[in-house]
Design a protein around this ligand. Sequence first.
Ligand code: TYM
Length: 372
Amino acid sequence: MADYSVTPWEVKGDVDYDRLVRDFGTSYIDQSLMNRVEKHTGKPHFMLKRKVFFSHRDFNWILDKYEKDEKFFLYTGRGPSGDTHLGHLLPWIFTQYLQEKFGVELYFQITDDEKYMHDRSLTRKQVSDFSYENILDIIALGFDPDKTFIFKNTEYIKTMYKISTDIAKHVTFSTAKSIFGFQNSSNIGMIFFPSLQAATCFLPSELKGKNIPCLIPAAIDQDDYWRGIAREIAPKLGYYKPAQIHSKFLPALQRGEKMSASKPNTAIFTTDEPEVAEKKIKSAFTGGRDTVEEHRKHGGNPDIDSAFQYLYMILEEDDKKIEEIERDYRAGNLLSGELKQIAAEKIKIFLKEHQRKRESAKKTFDKFILRD
Ligand code: TYM
């Protein structure tokens, strides 16, 4: 048994990404795929080069289609259970890059139904407020207002319901149980819910009356929906199977967990005051040694250092700078406190800028919302 688990609702333990590739039957993003992306984008995103996005299904097929003038659409989403944290931004920043470079549409699903039903303590009002706040974060990342369609399930249900019921009709309770671990105590809303998350894979095809390839950038925790439901059902309904590109998880401030909105003390939120975020980074789990002498002698371990991982996975785009930081840290020339200071400065600049863009997103909000 693995001593970790990765499901849409919980990620626990030290994730073994190689094992996930085997267990989920996905493929690594290799150099030849990266070269192909480079051909279309000019330069592969640092998250690809650094293997933050490390795995895929059918991305080659998406590019085959694209090269034959059959454009794909992007699909990703958010379950509004709390404020947005840095981990959520990771796949969205990459999605924005894909949209810009390939000039494609994005459908962004807000699963306000899922979070309301999953967490008994969340009220309708809270979920609705989080939806609004989360959407501001999405818009702030610079998506194209003419090509981006954000919808909340509870509002857009008239269109979604037909596709969802087409899917649900083909999924037995026993299949849903084995994929998602539902039990007798699970509420019936959650048992139906996967058909709604799968439905968006086919939404543009339904809206436009022709098959359109779908590419889903997300962390690998969402894979159950695609592997277990959407890709199984697609051929039965005459749709293309959706393709995926998977990221790793941005770690928590503490060791051995992913950053998670349901555990607020693990996360840096987009709404944190920059000085609060600085304090959080300073208290984050370190790969440094116990004493300066030991650190100078043996060096630090950036692989388990949360501050380094924030720089590597999301904050420091400059390859030269990140290589230098990594080298100095491993060699013991850069102390843990100094590394944290570098990360703190970066995050403060990032948050100030993001919070400004978030504020102006209030003015363009309506342009992004898809309605029946
Ligand atoms: P949610 O709200 O849990 O997560 C939103 C997105 O953030 C990713 N994510 C992370 N990525 C990197 N590091 C982390 N620590 C981290 N935590 C979360 C998730 O993989 C996801 O991409 N049911 C979904 C909403 C949804 C969706 C989708 C997500 C509906 N349709 C299509 C992705 C693609 C949810 O609750 O996501």
